[in-house]
Design a protein around this ligand. Structure first.
Ligand SMILES: O=c1[nH]cnc2c1ncn2[C@@H]1O[C@H](CO)[C@@H](O)[C@H]1O
Length: 306
């Protein structure tokens, strides 16, 4: 089985993405980073998710509690106060590891040299810090699957997607480090990984432990997404994990030189050199079209499992 680290700012869809990752891969570590909601809530959400899914043996490592440089804000309005649609789930008896996430990422990259992949459905702070501490990691990691960036329809500012906006300096570091990177941008997720009311009805009818989990953790996400004009709850993290597992979901992709804006108004905007104006070698593969039906098939299969 392919070995992965799951890097997450655990709230709503992150948890569904983790569920899928546990089905698809050998998850050798879950690393928590500042992003969606209060750090303590992210940690509790990750611990509870693993326990709920019967995977308490998977280690959770605590990482960066803030972005490298900038100010950011959490988005409880998107995910609910605790990040899990205000679900007052029981406190997990599982505890995080004492090793710092950044050190765990470096250690695991050595243990699984050349085969470890990172599912980064989060701001890239932990991974950037790992690179700053040990730049050789870029040669040891097989691939980083990045959920992040928007072509132009930012979900956090006019141009910026949340994960890129939280820590653009980290994005800049990662994009210039020589990693093998695939980016799944926001618009692709909104177009192909939106769960409509009709699909929510179907999920409600499954009545499995997992479908109940989906409904509870994504309750606020659903309301929020619809309030800003999406056709249902949007699931970019789940999509990214599924694409990582089955590359045949990718209908179209481009290889381009990508940077990120670090300035004030457009901070966090993904900048693609569409016409190779900079004469720089492509540093990322960007997914532009996805087979939505295939994604939903995987999601429904996972939710129907006992
Ligand atoms: O409005 C939102 N909808 C969906 N996900 C969001 C939103 N705001 C923040 N995130 C978080 O940021 C990434 C997507 O941009 C996802 O990783 C999700 O966890």
């Amino acid at each position: 089985m392919r070995k992965v680290i799951f890097d997450t700012d655990t709230a709503s869809d992150d948890a569904i993405a983790l569920m899928l990752a546990l089905d698809f891969f050998e998850v050798v570590g879950v690393t928590i980073v500042a992003g969606n909601v209060k750090y303590e809530n992210e940690v509790n959400n990750a611990l509870f998710t693993l326990e709920y899914l019967g995977k308490s043996d998977i280690p959770v490592f605590l990482g960066a509690r803030r972005p490298i440089l900038g100010q950011w804000r959490t988005v409880e309005e998107v995910h609910g106060k605790n990040g899990f649609g205000d679900w007052e789930y029981p406190k997990s008896s599982k505890k995080p590891e004492s090793e710092f996430a950044v050190d765990a990422i470096i250690r695991l990259s050595k243990e699984y040299n050349g085969e470890l992949e990172i599912l980064a459905v989060s701001p890239l702070t932990n991974i950037a810090l790992a690179y700053l501490k040990d730049s050789h990691i870029a040669n040891r990691i097989k691939k980083i699957w990045v959920m992040g960036g928007a072509f132009s329809r930012g979900n956090t500012t006019e141009l910026a997607e949340f994960n890129f906006w939280v820590d653009p300096e980290a994005v800049d570091i990662i994009l210039n480090a020589g990693f093998n990177i695939t980016i799944v941008p926001w618009e692709v997720a909104e177009e192909t990984a939106t769960i409509t009311d009709e699909e929510w009805d179907k999920i409600e009818k499954i009545r499995s432990k997992r479908s109940e989990f989906f409904i509870r953790v994504n309750r606020t996400l659903r309301e929020y997404s619809k309030s800003v004009g999406s056709k249902g709850s949007v699931h970019p993290d789940s999509l990214t994990v599924t694409i990582a597992y089955d590359n045949s979901l990718i209908a179209e992709k481009i290889n381009k030189y990508v940077t990120v804006d670090l300035c004030s108004k457009s901070r966090g905007a993904m900048l693609i050199d569409w016409y190779n104006l900079k004469k720089s070698k492509p540093n990322a593969e960007i997914v532009t079209k996805v087979d939505s039906l295939k994604f939903k098939k995987y999601l429904f299969e996972a939710l129907s499992k006992a």
